[in-house]
Design a protein. Structure first.
Length: 194
């Protein structure tokens, strides 16, 4: 009886290993195939890849995500990115909800009113160039029933994006986040053989 019990338990344990957990060997192989290499193995890719803002941030999803993570590490740049997101949000909503949506996003960013937005925008973003926030705010304030034109936001968006293309992007190219991007690119170039 004990021998049968031992044999049954042994068979049960072996069967359990060969089931879903039996893929452990295969998972280990994939894990090693998909592991990031040391950054020193990837630095040569700097010479091979297009290092422009348009390619890395606008065309590469992983580049955009890593650039966003980099921007989140700096409070000022994070505010700029949040503001760009709120303006981009305006372009995706219907004209009837535009005023309400923009005011909601302004409040979400920590400004109590459009007047507070105007003062804070001037203080926070003065180094970005001439953001004509007064024209945007005046149009929003005057449009009780009318809806502001989305073109009002395009000039602000262009100024903010031009800012992100310059010093924040050049800082990104010298950061750990860019090194991670190079590791992703190295992994992309690695042939899948198994």
């Amino acid at each position: 009886m004990e021998l049968e019990n031992i044999v049954a338990n042994t068979v049960y344990i072996k069967a359990k290993r060969s089931g879903a957990d039996g893929d452990k060997g295969r998972s280990r192989k994939w894990k090693t195939l998909l592991a990031f290499p040391h950054i020193s193995n990837c630095l040569y890719l700097k010479n091979c890849l297009d290092l422009s803002y348009d390619f890395i941030v606008e065309q590469q999803p992983i580049g955009k995500r890593l650039f966003r993570l980099f921007c989140r590490s700096n409070n000022f740049i994070s505010d700029v990115v949040d503001f760009v997101d709120s303006i981009c949000f305006v372009f995706f909503i219907s004209r009837t909800h535009l005023r309400c949506a923009f005011l909601t996003n302004v409040k979400r960013l920590g400004w109590k009113s459009t007047a507070g937005f105007s003062q804070t925008c001037g203080k926070r973003f003065h180094q970005l160039g001439n953001i004509d926030d007064n024209s945007v705010l005046n149009a929003l304030e005057e449009s009780n029933d009318a809806y502001p034109d989305k073109e009002l936001f395009r000039s602000i968006l262009k100024i903010l994006e031009d800012f992100l293309r310059n010093s924040p992007f050049s800082e990104f190219l010298n950061s750990v986040y860019f090194n991670r991007y190079l590791q992703w690119k190295w992994l992309e170039k690695t042939p899948v053989t198994k």
